[in-house]
Design a protein around this ligand. Structure first.
Ligand code: ASP
Ligand code: MG
Length: 437
């Protein structure tokens, strides 16, 4: 059994949905995971934000606009009058549900239920399309098996037990459709796996059912060796290891949700990135091992802040870093990159929600400097520490750009650098020129 996840643009309009049929309609058993149609989750977030702000009128207007868009989708997607009627009724039931939430105090719980409507809509519509074409499919609700625990982490045991139990009911059906992104939490309420979480759904399901392959279908041919939005002539990387893919996904490559690598890796299930616009292209294959190369790819992650702590008390002292880390832990703020000297330590974070409080507490330990608008550039390649001569091209390429931090030796697959975000595009172009051209 394989998993095929189609992202928002792959189900972004009726034609794109129809184009998926030849990709899934064969004799192999598969679980098809769908995102919401492109733009829908963003609109649902906007509606929720308006409701938090008690701007009920504008929220209702937005809901009505989205509702009419979906009625248009139904008209183009389905052929027969009776199927169209079913489709229109389905759309109205979802948007009436959202409209109900405009009454009374708006809560996190209501927000999560609103956000869930996008995937519920896309999967129901796609299932209707298949029914109309007489293609046998099953719509398996993700809410019946996908679950996170009290810490917000996937409850793998629950997921495996429940999806296996559900699948037993459909031994001979080849196309099982389910929603990405949505789940239940430890209290049984509707929740989600955070933005972009449909990839994570696919990988969690793949791991739970021991799939032969997890395919993530988007509108690009796989991981590129640099960011195609800023750099010309980027190339597709055909093979990556799980570790390399995890670094690229985490440090900026938008094509794959970073959390989705881990569940595949623990069960050693290959992940393949494919393009719905060019299905014959082999895409990128992610497996346990892949051929090492000096430099494979470059990715960049914006929105980084750096905190520099300097203290003479650090000299020859033990326990100093523990005190520093405890402050970040108290504010549940993950650290991305760290470099130390004997009397100073620099730490980067990408969630600056509590940066003021963290800086204030760090000041008890020494002097603190904060700088925002930073970018981590991550070069993925062969950085095994027993090698000689790796990396000179990187520094040569970037010799006109101030490097704020360098992290080497933390991972055999990557070298990371911190730069000002204003230098990012220039840095990415220089790296492509020196490493790949
Ligand atoms: N629809 C959700 C989002 O836009 C999940 C996903 O597409 O992966 O974030
Ligand atoms: Mg995505």
């Amino acid at each position: 059994m394989k998993i095929m996840k189609f992202g928002g643009t792959s189900v972004g309009n009726p034609d794109r949905m129809k184009a998926l049929i030849p990709l899934i309609n064969d004799d192999e058993k598969k679980i098809v995971v769908l995102s919401a149609m492109a733009g829908t989750t963003n609109s649902l977030v906007e509606i929720s934000n308006l409701l938090y702000a008690e701007n009920v009128n504008e929220a209702s207007d937005k809901n009505d606009t989205l509702r009419s868009n979906y009625h248009r989708v139904v008209n183009e997607l389905l052929e027969t009058e009776s199927n169209k009627t079913t489709g229109h009724e389905l759309i109205d039931s979802h948007f009436d549900h959202i409209a109900n939430f405009t009454k009374g105090v708006f809560t996190k719980l209501k927000e999560k239920e609103i956000l869930a409507q996008g995937e519920l809509l896309s999967t129901s519509l796609f299932n209707l399309l298949l029914q109309e074409r007489n293609i046998k499919s099953i719509l398996l609700p993700a809410l019946s098996f996908m679950r996170i625990d009290k810490d917000g982490e996937p409850d793998s045991f629950y997921i495996e037990e429940n999806i296996k139990r559900e699948l037993k009911n459909y031994p001979s059906e080849n196309i099982i459709i389910t929603q990405g992104f949505i789940c239940r939490n430890a209290h049984g309420e509707i929740d989600n796996l955070k933005r972009g979480g449909s990839d994570f759904t696919a990988s969690l399901i793949g791991s739970a059912v021991n799939a032969s392959e997890i395919q993530i279908w988007t509108d690009i041919n796989g991981f590129h060796n640099n960011d195609p939005r800023f750099v010309e002539n980027t190339k597709v990387i055909r093979e990556l290891s799980f570790d390399e893919a995890a670094e690229l996904a985490y440090f900026g490559a938008k094509i794959l949700h970073p959390s989705s690598v881990y569940p595949a890796r623990i069960k050693n299930i290959p992940v393949r990135l494919k393009n719905t616009m060019e299905p014959s292209d082999p895409g990128t294959l992610i497996t346990l091992s892949s051929v090492l190369q000096d430099y494979k790819a470059v990715a960049a992650k914006d929105g980084i802040s750096v905190l520099r702590i300097r203290s003479d008390r650090m000299l020859m002292a033990y326990g100093f870093l523990r005190k520093v880390f405890e402050i970040f832990e108290a504010y549940r703020t993950p650290i991305d990159m760290i470099t130390t000297s004997e009397v100073a330590v620099s730490i980067t974070i990408d969630n600056s929600e509590f940066i003021k409080q963290i800086a204030k507490e760090l000041k008890e330990l020494g002097s603190v400097e904060v700088e925002e608008n930073q970018t981590i550039v991550c070069v993925v390649g062969d950085f095994r520490t027993e090698r000689t001569g790796s990396a000179p091209e990187i520094f040569e390429a970037l010799n006109t750009i101030p490097l704020k931090m360098i992290s080497y030796g933390g991972s055999p697959n990557s070298l990371s650098l911190l730069i000002d975000t204003s230098n990012k595009i220039e840095a990415l172009r220089l790296l492509s020129k020196h490493l790949f051209d």
